[in-house]
Write a protein that binds this ligand. Structure first.
Ligand code: 7TS
Length: 412
């Protein structure tokens, strides 16, 4: 065990998460898959139950008490989110279904209407599929080209020959803030400058960053910043698109329907103001309210304390795993998040994760929706352990023991 003093008391905090005290067949749940989705604290679940049981009306419509309360809580989350990420105005905060939908919104409503044959979309070799596939679809429909910023062998971005990648042809840069496979934290502020100096618009995928580290979108200066509620203690079905007001203002809507219009005649419609222009139809009200509770929970603890604790956990996990013979860990960036991808001897990641599950340990095995990284590493899959504020040093010890057991069981 470690002699370090954790910046937060995970043992106390764990009481807030019902799934951590539920009894599983294999004993207590050791949840090491927060990069996929996080567990939810009681306050988030309660906030959604309260909406459904006490004031479950629709938003922006009814002129009666419960609808007005629903609207107030929904819009309150928008304020909480804006302040959480340092946005200057709530008009720049658009609620979506998640990171994937936020990226698709930009792909459909901005890129498809803007890019021309020969324009370049610059992404990186470490993107999640949701920051690759929408651009491939845009490229197919507009004639734009996709280029990839390469990786160094330590899993960082190779920005040495940036002038070859950021050119007058570059119209859009889309980059992951923190890798969901390697843990690498990219120098996003520097990349925003490179993009803007080249005259390009830049989108940053913050799905793995916002839950773990304070982010200030105003300071970063990216034109679009996207993330998901369910990876930051909130419910599934809600995410955020932060956007530069000038660009959002010029963009056509993504979806047409109720709430996003100002007027509708038989022949034509005009659009509502921001952010409603991009929120067509009845939104995920309970989920947005749940996200508000998650943001409040994280803010009350403090992102700096969470980040400091995760740095300790990750260092301890790296040390624990490196002591196991035949372990290969992918990615060795100096600045990294609480996610570790590895392979253990000749044991297939799927077998390993099944064996770990027998000890109650939940990790993810596979390509983690980032196949280009796997290609770059020359492998087809990894096992991935990812950590969050509720994980403990003891759980990492148990992970280490369970991996050793699995390697022995599988004969190396
Ligand atoms: N971007 C990154 C960096 C991600 O890690 C993920 C999900 C997404 C986008 C997509 O988010 P969604 O909420 O729209 O699905 N990543 C993972 C993962 O690593 N394991 O499962 C999902």
């Amino acid at each position: 065990m470690t002699g370090m003093t954790p910046a937060i008391r995970a043992a106390k905090l764990r009481e807030d998460f019902p799934l951590l005290s539920s009894s599983q067949e294999q004993g207590p749940l050791i949840y090491l898959d927060s990069a996929a989705t996080t567990l939810k604290p009681r306050c988030v679940i309660d906030a959604m139950v309260r909406y459904y049981t006490e004031y479950g009306g629709s938003v922006h419509r009814g002129i009666y008490r419960i609808a007005e309360q629903a609207t107030a809580e929904y819009e309150n989350t928008r304020r909480e989110v804006a302040s959480f990420i340092g946005a200057e105005t709530t008009d720049s905060i658009i609620f979506t279904k998640g990171t994937t939908e936020s990226i698709n919104l930009v792909a459909y409503a901005w890129a498809r209407n803007t890019l021309k044959p020969g324009d370049e979309i610059l992404i990186t070799e470490m993107e999640h599929h949701s920051n690759i596939v929408p651009w491939q679809m845009v490229a197919k429909s507009t004639g734009a080209l996709i280029r990839y910023l390469p990786l160094n062998s330590d899993g960082t971005l190779d920005l040495n020959r940036s002038e070859q990648y950021f050119t007058p042809h570059t119209k859009l840069v889309a980059v992951i803030h923190q890798s969901n496979v390697l843990g690498t934290v990219n120098p996003v502020k520097e990349i925003v400058k490179l993009a803007h100096d080249a005259g390009a618009v830049i989108l940053v995928d913050g799905a793995q960053r916002v839950p773990h580290h304070s982010v200030n979108v105003t300071d970063l200066g990216a034109d679009f910043y996207v993330f998901s509620g369910h990876k930051m203690l909130g419910p599934t079905g809600v995410g955020v698109l932060y956007g530069n007001l000038e660009i959002l203002d010029k963009m056509e809507p993504f979806h047409g329907g109720g709430d996003m219009i100002r007027t509708v005649s038989m022949n034509a419609s005009t659009w509502n103001a921001l952010p409603y222009k991009f929120e067509a139809g009845t939104p995920p009200i309970a989920q947005v309210i749940g996200l508000g509770a998650a943001v409040k929970y994280l803010s009350d603890i403090g992102l700096d304390r969470i980040a400091a604790y995760e740095t300790q956990l990750t260092a301890y996990a790296l040390k624990t795993l490196r002591e196991i013979p035949d372990i290969e860990i992918y990615g060795d960036a100096r600045e990294r998040g609480a996610v570790i991808s590895f392979n253990a001897g000749s044991v297939h990641p799927h077998d390993l994760s099944q064996l770990l599950d027998q000890d109650g340990i939940a990790v993810r095995a596979g390509h983690h929706c980032a196949q280009p990284i796997m290609t770059r590493l020359g492998i087809s899959a990894t096992t991935r352990a990812s950590f969050y504020l509720y994980n403990t040093f003891e759980e990492i010890d148990l992970l280490g023991e369970s991996i050793r057991k699995a390697i022995t069981f599988m004969g190396g």
